[in-house]
Design a protein around this ligand. Sequence first.
Ligand SMILES: Nc1nc2c(c(=O)[nH]1)N[C@H]1C(S)=C(S)[C@@H](COP(=O)(O)O)O[C@H]1N2
Ligand SMILES: [Mo]
Length: 512
Amino acid sequence: MRTSRTWWWLSGVVVGALGLGVSYLVAGIMRVRASPVVAVAEGVRDITPDGVVHWAIDTFKTHDKMVLLIGMFVIMTIVFALLGRVARTRWWITVAGFTALGVAGFAAVTVKPGPAGTMIVPVIAGYVTWLIGLAVLAGWLRRWELVEASDDEATDPTHSRRGFFIATGAVGGIAVLSAILGKVAGNQRAAVEKDRRLLRVDQVTKPIQPRGVKVEVSGVHPWQTSAADFYLIDTAILKPSIRLKDWQLRIHGMVDREVTLSYDDLVAREITEDWITLNCVSNEVGGSLIGNAWWSGVRLAGLLAELGIQDGADAVLQTSDDGWTCGTPLRELTDDRNAMLAVYMNGEPLTIEHGFPVRTIVPGLYGYVSACKWVVDMEVTTFDRIDAYWTTRGWSEQGPVKIASRIDVPDGGEEVDAGTFVCAGTAWKQHTGIEGVEVSLDGGAWTAAELARVPSNDTWVQWRAEIEVDEGDHELRVRAIGKDGDVQTGVESDVLPDGSTGWHSVDFSAKS
Ligand SMILES: Nc1nc2c(c(=O)[nH]1)N[C@H]1C(S)=C(S)[C@@H](COP(=O)(O)O)O[C@H]1N2
Ligand SMILES: [Mo]
């Protein structure tokens, strides 16, 4: 085989990369957040069956998005190589292939919120680049091939070969350069981080942990969760970077008077502050998708009352800057609890990951129906009229937190000293409160644990219990009792559709 033939695949890869780079650059310059590559990755995730998504999250933990991007990268490289390879004999397949990829990019960006007209520009730029780039490299390859094929011994293929490699190198270089420039141009993050650092909201206070909230047993998760340790759950592959001056919240729908608030409008209102525990519906029994923080923000009950809620409304459809939505029951937003538009977490502006500049926090509801990060739109409406991101994927429309408890000490598999052992952990049922916690050793009788103090029913509570353990293997179980008398069930159910149930148990051993 002539050497020229073996290089077609390389032109496919390099031209493919150039198209992606150019499209990324155009997206960056235009400040289109949904670059086609990321949009396709998000689209792939959206159309992936739930079972596969859960398997991926389970297997790769929080690296699932990285794995998705790397997987896409590998697949794209292979696809580009194949498209380059077939271009030699069947041009139309290559053109059809790039067109199909362009259409996928187009489809992925148009389902994103925002002006479709501008989001399509990066896709078109990338598509045109693919076609032109491939035509140029193919031109050099054909010249090289012709020279190799000619019987004329005097003709040296070096010139056309060199031409091909120089062109390929140049195209590859431009691809990398445009990707880097796209990154720089699109990088609002630095500016947003600066907004965060300079932000001062009057009335916001630093958290002061109430006395007696800790059981003081080493190994128990801290009662207050720092922003850095707070679990992160969202569907955004690129976290929205929103400048303070650009943020707006529109509240509309079944209200007498709709309103659009700027950040200054919002924080000029009275600030409310509270300790609130937030947890995820996907938290498995014994899991750690839960955290407790000091939140500062604006109470939604007051705000909504001012706008005048119309009869019949029972839900608020919240929309994030990245298009994610959730349906929150109006009752929990307007009753006595501190449901708020939070601006600070633990006395600091929200981090970008946790929803800067504004996110919702509602005591007593799982995050997926309430805790909208980067919130920009609230529509007062009715549940029967709306579909939210997770409820269209099999999760329950309503997501009140279920009573739960967890053993932090001993750790599973731990070896402790036989004799008296102090076990400890936490329990929660936000907005109802925990009345008691009980533990059972090796399937024996339930015995009461001691509870630490809590500032309100909206936080988790730490517990500790002294147990007598003999030498050998043991199993410890925990259950909680709510202030409403609800005793935590031992019946195990999966996180889907509305949160896990079952007792957390830990196997450990004791030695003399
Ligand atoms: N914009 C947006 N907000 C979101 C989500 C999301 O995917 N996108 N996930 C929700 C879920 S399922 C949970 S449990 C909480 C998690 O908030 P955290 O990441 O700050 O802990 O955010 C909620 N708010
Ligand atoms: Mo969640």
